[in-house]
Design a protein around this ligand. Structure first.
Ligand SMILES: CC(C)(COP(=O)(O)OP(=O)(O)OC[C@H]1O[C@@H](n2cnc3c(N)ncnc32)[C@H](O)[C@@H]1OP(=O)(O)O)[C@@H](O)C(=O)NCCC(=O)NCCS
Length: 166
């Protein structure tokens, strides 16, 4: 698996993956009928960086990273991850998350925050917990799930500070 910065030629495949993911209405707040321009802005143009995970010609997944807040909150970063359905369950998201944490540390971010992990997205919650993120908040009914109605969203947080030896 190769994780590298997104290039223009990756976008059609990334857009197809994101469109299908958001259309499902079960994991992200992007409107299911979002336009390509809006999603490109959110996933590629606004973030600090966007990466793809590939295996040869096959797109496995993608993630973005950006400061979670401007100015005095900009030392905490935020990411979004999507893995292609046929490539799930083999560690692609784990590899992208580790990659993003490395990227974040190299750029001086002190923590990573996920603002809106849908509580029914058990796969994601368990994975982020395994990678060291803690649930620090629960937003009751904050996500309007396409099939389940109003469900909770979780705020998850991990410090990236390297503890100094005693
Ligand atoms: C969530 C998502 C990113 C995970 O990607 P992935 O590449 O399948 O994740 P990984 O293979 O790295 O890890 C999946 C983990 O979930 C576990 N898992 C799989 N099915 C599960 C289930 N039904 N319940 C709980 N855990 C489950 C796997 O065992 C694995 O854990 P392990 O590594 O300890 O064995 C992917 O499913 C996805 O893109 N979903 C749609 C978008 C999304 O939800 N993004 C995240 C938003 S917070």
């Amino acid at each position: 698996m190769d994780i590298r910065p997104l290039r223009d030629e990756d976008w059609p495949g990334v857009w197809a993956l994101l469109r299908a993911t958001f259309a499902a209405g079960d994991t992200y707040t992007f409107p299911p009928d979002s336009s390509e321009a809006d999603i490109r802005k959110a996933w590629v143009e606004t973030p600090l960086a966007t990466y793809v995970a590939r295996e040869g010609e096959t797109l496995l997944g993608t993630y973005f990273i950006k400061p979670n807040q401007p100015g005095l909150g900009s030392h905490v970063c935020n990411c979004g991850y999507v893995v292609a359905p046929e490539s799930r369950g083999r560690g692609v998201a784990a590899a992208m998350c580790e990659h993003s944490q490395q990227f974040a540390r190299e750029r001086g971010f002190r923590a990573m925050q996920f603002n809106f992990v849908v509580a029914t997205n058990v796969r994601a919650v368990k994975l982020w917990e395994r990678l060291g993120f803690a649930v620090v908040g629960r937003l009751p009914g904050a996500f309007h799930h396409r099939d389940l109605g109003y469900v909770d969203a979780l705020v998850m947080y991990k410090s990236l500070a390297v503890s100094s030896p005693p």
